[in-house]
Design a protein around this ligand. Structure first.
Ligand code: URA
Length: 190
């Protein structure tokens, strides 16, 4: 466990805990305000993220930024964004269980330093890992859970919304619920 964010980041950027290090261009550590009260967690970097070293910078990222803006959130101001795995799985396959297990310590350390009040899980992989393994994201998105004193909400993954635009209104409702929850429990976000 690192107590210093920069030490954590430096060592994470050199990680070789799993095979994904062999094919990555960049470790995608995360982006945003490390003093944020809200942490968004995706699955893992895709091609653009791997090339640029930042989470959610492809088409899904543009949609995510729009949804964030609609509820007065901004990746450069009042949230932090990270992923379950920090290196791109080849051909964008789901990260394997052993890759998730090898990587999760970095995220856990980030969580313990950020101390978020609310964690938003973007998609099934993050929700299964952080909320419960049997989560049904299509049914349970927009529901609040509590784990270790942190409020957790699963929502649909931006890439799923791009594949299936009819899910967008439901996901937008999740963000409105999130805004209400932020107003209730956070005092430094808005
Ligand atoms: N999808 C994710 O889950 N995370 C990213 O950073 C990009 C795409």
């Amino acid at each position: 466990m690192y107590n210093d964010w920069e030490d954590l980041k430096r060592d994470c950027l050199e990680c070789q805990r799993c095979k994904l290090c062999e094919t990555r261009n960049n470790v995608v550590f995360g982006v945003g305000n490390k003093n944020a009260e809200i942490l968004f967690i995706g699955e893992g970097p895709g091609e653009n993220e791997d090339l640029q070293g930042e989470p959610f910078v492809g088409k899904g990222g543009i949609l995510l930024d729009k949804m964030l803006k609609a509820v007065d959130l901004d990746r450069n101001k009042n949230i932090y964004i990270a992923n379950i795995v920090k290196c791109r799985p080849p051909k964008n396959r789901d990260p394997l269980q052993d890759e998730q297990d090898a990587c999760i310590g970095w995220l856990e350390n980030q969580i313990s330093l950020i101390k978020p009040k609310i964690i938003v899980c973007l998609g099934r992989i993050a929700a299964m890992k952080l909320i419960k393994p049997d989560i049904k994201i299509t049914k349970e998105h927009g529901t609040f859970f509590e784990k270790n004193g942190v409020i957790m909400m699963p929502t649909l993954h931006p890439a799923a919304l791009l594949r299936n635009p009819s899910s967008k209104p439901g996901a937008f409702e999740d963000f409105l619920k999130l805004r209400d929850k932020i107003k209730e429990v956070c005092d430094r976000t808005y």
